[in-house]
Design a protein around this ligand. Structure first.
Ligand code: GRF
Length: 215
């Protein structure tokens, strides 16, 4: 068996959520935190869009928010370097990408190895990228779903933490399939973050093992 390259920490964590849009996954994570299902607090909600609805929601809920304007930086590397500074300053343990529509630079991915997770609305490695619900319908697959994974430098790659499956129906529309998948996203994303701070994720090679509680 491959050697262990990472074991998630068992601690009360500080989470940063990155989003660019409505933030329903953010809301699902927050609810799980409130219910005590995740041993962490949301220490920051960050966006590259000043008017992201998720950011406004975070403010209403009294969470710390941050917007960095991409136009104010000379390069993507500069932007992500500033971001790393903001995360360090706040002692962030884990970044949850939740509809963050900006590709992370390799510098950011490397600085936070095994400390960034993402949710993708397809069963990776099938259908990386955008508009993946429509792609699943067009391809004619019978099942699609969602994937929570650690983030590696390539888009939508990295060790898979949890996946959930939904049927693709004959008369599906992109919206209908997306809604069916979203229900599962809201279930497996908080669950993955909960497992992370329960110290129950172990990465060997590119496989993530879920350890028994207390293991
Ligand atoms: C979700 O479909 C997620 O899988 C993808 O972006 C969408 C974000 O939705 N990465 P929301 O902002 O969490 O509602």
């Amino acid at each position: 068996m491959d050697e262990v390259v990472f074991r998630s920490p068992r601690k009360k964590g500080r989470v940063a959520v990155f989003l660019s849009g409505r933030g329903s996954n953010f809301a699902a994570i927050r609810e799980a935190v409130e219910r005590g299902e995740i041993d962490a607090g949301i220490a920051l909600v960050f966006s590259n869009k000043a008017d992201a609805p998720g950011l406004l929601k975070a403010r209403e809920w009294g969470l710390e928010t941050l917007f960095l304007d991409p136009k104010a930086f000379a390069s993507r590397e500069d932007y992500d370097r500033a971001l790393i500074g903001e995360l360090d300053r706040r002692g962030i343990d884990l970044v949850c990408l939740a509809g963050y529509m900006r590709v992370l630079t390799p510098g950011l991915c490397d600085a936070l190895k095994y400390r960034i997770v993402n949710i993708h609305p397809a069963l990776l490695p099938a259908f990386p990228g955008l508009h993946v619900q429509q792609k699943a319908i067009d391809w004619g697959v019978r099942f699609s779903g969602c994937t929570v994974h650690f983030v590696a430098a390539e888009v939508d790659m990295g060790p898979i933490i949890l996946q959930a499956c939904v049927p693709v129906l004959q008369d599906d529309t992109e919206e209908a399939l997306a809604a069916r998948i979203l229900v599962e996203e809201h279930r497996i994303y908080p669950r993955s973050v909960g497992l992370y701070f329960a110290g129950r994720l172990e990465v060997r090679g590119r496989r993530v093992f879920i350890l028994e509680p207390g293991a």
